[in-house]
Design a protein. Structure first.
Length: 249
């Protein structure tokens, strides 16, 4: 009985002539263009001489692989392009940190000292407009009428310094007034408030959407798949760049 040679594979005896080479991996489990041509060469070497591969079949195989390779390269280029765009957007957005931006919202964060600014876009036919500010409990603390809003059609800023509809009192209980004799209104405590604007438009009472100015505190870089770059706006949550209506100067 002959001794089996364990130095090679038992399948080596199935080949005649030169032993075919095994395509090498590119390290990530995917076949490369070199692998494809190596397989194509082997296919030609071991084809049935009586039924050779048709030229159109070879061309079809080469075309399919070239298309697949091109699409893979295109995807890689797009990923690189997206990465570059994200970096550019992040650089631009970082300049907004600390800046006040205008976003659609009805929520005002009052710190008890500084004037807060809201904004509304008034239609040309808006009349009898009323602006109300409510506290966290839904109680109206300030109500102002703008009877001639149609005369200032367009976007109008609505500043609020925390003044309420309640007149402040002196220690002796008398109404407090300024040096010009105007009543001094009681100041609202710090907290979250909501602003609403309603007016008569074409004879029908309607709500007018509002926006609020708030500072950008930071930016959040997206992961490129589920979300893009986001701005963290104080008191307003995360906003996309497309949500910014105006940058205050």
């Amino acid at each position: 009985m002959s001794k089996v040679d364990n130095t090679g594979s038992a399948l080596d005896g199935l080949y005649w002539g030169d032993k075919p080479t095994t395509p090498e991996s590119d390290g990530n489990g995917a076949l490369t263009q070199s692998d494809f041509f190596a397989l194509l060469t082997q296919q030609l070497a071991y084809q049935d001489p009586t039924k050779p591969v048709e030229n159109n079949e070879m061309i079809a195989q080469m075309t399919q692989f070239t298309m697949a390779d091109g699409i893979a390269s295109l995807n890689t280029n797009f990923k690189d392009f997206a990465t570059t765009m994200n970096s550019s957007q992040a650089l631009q957005a970082s300049s907004l940190v600390g800046q006040y931006v205008l976003v659609k919202s009805n929520k005002i964060e009052f710190d008890g000292e500084n004037v807060e600014f809201a904004s509304a876009n008034f239609p040309e036919n808006a009349t009898n407009v009323r602006v109300q500010i409510k506290n966290a409990d839904g109680v109206v603390v300030r109500s102002v009428s703008i009877p001639d809003a149609d005369a200032v059609a367009g976007r109008l800023k609505l500043p609020w310094n925390g003044a309420t509809d309640t007149q402040a009192l002196n220690e002796d209980g008398t109404p407090k007034v300024d040096k010009d004799g105007n009543p001094v209104m009681e100041l609202a405590p710090p907290g979250t408030y909501t602003i609403s604007v309603e007016g008569s438009i074409a004879g029908k009472n309607e709500a007018i959407p509002t926006s609020v100015y708030a500072p950008v505190t930071s930016i959040t870089l997206g992961n490129g798949t589920t979300q893009g770059l986001l701005l963290n706006v104080y008191g307003q949550g995360q906003k996309k760049l497309s949500d910014i209506e105006e940058i205050a100067t």
